[in-house]
Design a protein around this ligand. Structure first.
Ligand SMILES: [Zn+2]
Length: 243
């Protein structure tokens, strides 16, 4: 996976095999891969390229010795070509191996800083690797513990920062769930109380009993009646409910 590859590269970087740079802007560069005379001959034989090659040589004398930074927009302005035409010219010159052209990039770069090592001499800092793994595992476990605990999130966080006298926030998911449970229990108690009160007054058929309860939805009322029946707190003869 991408993530695994990046991690592996970071470890290689730690051990000094490569250098990684994230999203650095690198300007376009070019270098002639043939000598002066070959370039000159090419210019004479390919008039279309004469202007652009002259312009490159005029502003980048060192292009025979190594890579020089170029600016396509600047070359376009000086030659009267468009930016796109300059890029396509340079690509063509590269394809016929007159020069090497590397277009500007802001992509991450990977650079090998050591000669190629065969697997037998390939050393990885195992201790460092294991330490990193241990630290990461601890961090992941801490996050999992935080997410799966049913202690107020705010209290957990403040505990993490050594503040031990924190109080429940009342707004996190744990606090809200707790409040919901308390409300439910309270509601059920109120419905039960109503049912008992109504039936103490007189036996009722199910419909009348349900209609006369003031708290809860119809389903909650019927559930409460069934629970009281199961618990033996109210009775029924199949028609009417009574105590
Ligand atoms: Zn909370």
């Amino acid at each position: 996976s991408v993530l695994k590859t990046i991690s592996a590269l970071k470890f290689l970087e730690h051990d000094g095999y490569v250098i990684l740079s994230e999203s650095v802007f690198l300007p376009s560069r070019l270098m002639f891969t043939v000598g002066h005379e070959d370039v000159y001959r090419f210019q004479i034989e390919n008039k279309a390229y004469d202007n652009i090659i002259k312009t490159i040589l005029r502003s980048h004398g060192g292009a025979f010795d190594g890579f020089v930074k170029i600016n396509e927009a600047d070359l376009a302005k000086k030659t009267g070509f468009s930016y796109k035409e300059i890029v396509s010219f340079l690509n063509k010159l590269q394809s016929i191996e007159l020069l090497t052209y590397i277009q500007q990039t802001d992509q991450p770069q990977l650079q090998f800083v050591r000669a190629r090592v065969d697997m037998e001499h390939f050393d990885v800092d195992v201790k460092y690797l294991e330490l990193r793994k241990e630290i990461l595992l601890k961090q992941i476990n801490a996050v999992v513990a935080y997410a799966s605990s049913n202690i107020c999130r705010s209290i957990q966080l403040l505990n993490y920062f050594d503040e031990t006298n924190a109080t429940k926030c009342g707004v996190c998911d744990v606090c809200l769930a707790e409040r919901r449970t308390v409300n439910e229990v309270q509601l059920n108690d109120e419905i039960d109380f109503e049912i008992i009160s109504l039936l103490q007054h007189q036996p009722l058929i199910l419909d009348d009993l349900v209609i006369n309860i003031k708290n809860g939805s119809e389903n909650e009322r019927v559930d409460a009646i069934r629970e009281l029946l199961d618990a033996g707190k109210i009775k029924t003869d199949g028609k009417k409910y009574y105590i």
